[in-house]
Design a protein around this ligand. Structure first.
Ligand code: UDX
Length: 432
């Protein structure tokens, strides 16, 4: 099938490469000339585990192309996928739909023959209706249907999730569009569940799912606070809860709070929709407020750990919003470092992948290290903020020998408490 994908970000690029790998002819369109130039040179514009090999392979065999030219991509496509950003509006926190509407306006002129316009971007309920109206106003003869096909890829696992989805949701009332989407997703038949629903339900499923997961994280974080006061161990509690199949064991890892480009944005947008429709979503509102407070609280927890020497060096390990990605958008690690910067001028940070992105946000408010050792040398405390596998395998004795004071604040519960204590460190995890 011929596919045009509008937007080459964390959703558009892995999705494009995935569909190319499945044998489709994919053209990815972006407005940023630098990105298209880089991709056309055969280089990636973002880091995603497993993406590079598939990208190279499909570029070489001509299954995926990159262009600034919307017309050539759209007029030849059976399916046009919208994968542009829907960032939060700075004041209202609603999803800002200017990019998706601009893309709809532009592509409308070039639709040629029956085309499915499929929205992969996360958009508020009713956006499909609006896209349909925009296209119809600009090109009243166009033969098309707008479908909602929400994306559930996790960053860092985008390629894995593309090929192993939990479900494929197709939201449309058009039989013809549904058939085309089923054809596109035919390689997944028998491997996963398909859910065929109304477009508005499909748009809501994405937000309702992300908001639920965010709430689950908030719940376990609150339970971790409770365990710290009551003498229980959150890891044991989470394990016991997770054994109940109605609860499930995933997303019960306590930590510094959730972040990333999706959960903060989507919870805010969902809460805003609740207000708009006069159906308040109180659990989501509370989750948003408490997750914000948590990051400041965690920053102060680290400051408390160096109170005997407030000038002491703080070594920060991890800046990305989670392991396996270089993305620092809404990263709890960044917010925690910012909180610490209010109290300390001696912070040295390290992340295996996210240094460039972190530097663009933190500037010269902190020092930057080239390695775990470099960050920890002469430090009074080591703080783990992102769950990178490298951190799990830290050579504890070596690190202890170069630190000024053997103290660890592990906000991801990555290290084995017995090993750390045996190595002679003071240790604080979360919820223990
Ligand atoms: C999320 C959804 O999982 C995905 O389906 C959707 O398409 C996009 O949003 P992503 O933002 O990539 O994916 O990250 P995810 O792995 O879900 O983690 C989000 C945040 O929650 C991270 O900050 C992570 O560290 C945190 N988290 C996750 C926890 O603190 N504890 C957990 O148990 C799980």
């Amino acid at each position: 099938m011929r596919l045009a994908i509008i937007g080459t970000g964390y959703v558009g690029l892995p999705t494009g490469v995935g569909f190319a790998e499945l044998g489709n002819d994919v053209v990815c369109v972006d407005k940023i000339a630098d990105k298209i130039e880089t991709l056309n040179r055969g280089e990636l514009t973002l880091f995603e585990d497993g993406l590079e090999d598939l990208f190279r392979k499909n570029v070489e065999r001509g299954k995926i192309k990159f262009t600034l030219d919307m017309q050539s991509a759209v007029c030849n496509a059976d399916v046009v996928m919208l994968a542009v950003g829907t960032p939060p509006h700075p004041i209202t926190k609603e999803a800002d739909l200017q990019y998706i509407y601009a893309a709809a306006k532009e592509l409308a002129q070039y639709l040629d023959g029956y085309t499915v316009v499929a929205t992969k971007s996360t958009v508020p309920v009713g956006t499909g209706d609006e896209i349909e109206k925009i296209i119809r106003e600009i090109n009243c003869d166009a033969d098309f249907d707008v479908v909602s096909i929400p994306e559930f890829l996790r960053e860092g696992f985008a390629i894995h999730d593309f090929f192993n989805p939990d479900r494929i949701v197709i939201g449309t009332n058009s039989e013809r569009a549904r058939e085309i989407m089923l054809q596109l997703y035919a390689p997944f038949v028998g491997k996963t569940s398909f859910l065929l629903v109304k477009r508005r339900s499909s748009e809501t499923i994405k937000y309702a799912s992300n908001a639920f997961l965010a709430m689950k994280i908030h719940y376990i974080n609150e339970m971790a606070d409770f365990c710290e006061k009551s003498g229980a161990d959150i890891l044991e509690v989470a394990e016991g809860m997770g054994m109940d199949s109605r609860i499930g064991k995933k997303f019960l890892n306590p930590g510094p709070g959730y972040g990333g480009s999706c959960f903060p944005k989507d919870t805010n947008a969902m809460a805003q929709m609740g207000r708009k429709y006069g159906a308040p979503l109180n659990l989501i509102e509370t989750t948003i407020a408490k997750n914000g407070e948590r990051k400041a609280k965690m920053g102060l927890r680290v400051i408390e750990a160096i109170k005997s020497n407030p000038e002491g060096k703080i070594a920060v390990l991890g800046l990305a919003f989670k392991g396996g990605t270089d993305d620092c958008r809404e990263s709890p690690a960044i917010d925690i470092v910012r909180e610490m910067v209010k109290h300390s001028h001696n912070i040295c940070v390290y992340d295996p992948k996210a240094m460039v992105n972190a530097k663009a946000i933190l500037g010269d408010s902190v020092k930057y290290a080239n390695s775990i050792e470099d960050a920890c040398r002469t430090a009074d405390v080591m703080v783990i903020l992102t769950e990178w596998e490298d951190f799990r395998h830290i050579d504890l004795l070596k690190i202890k020998s170069i630190m000024a004071k053997p103290e660890i604040v592990d906000l991801r519960n990555m290290l084995n408490v017995d090993d750390v204590v045996k190595a002679g460190f003071e240790y604080q995890g979360v919820g223990k």
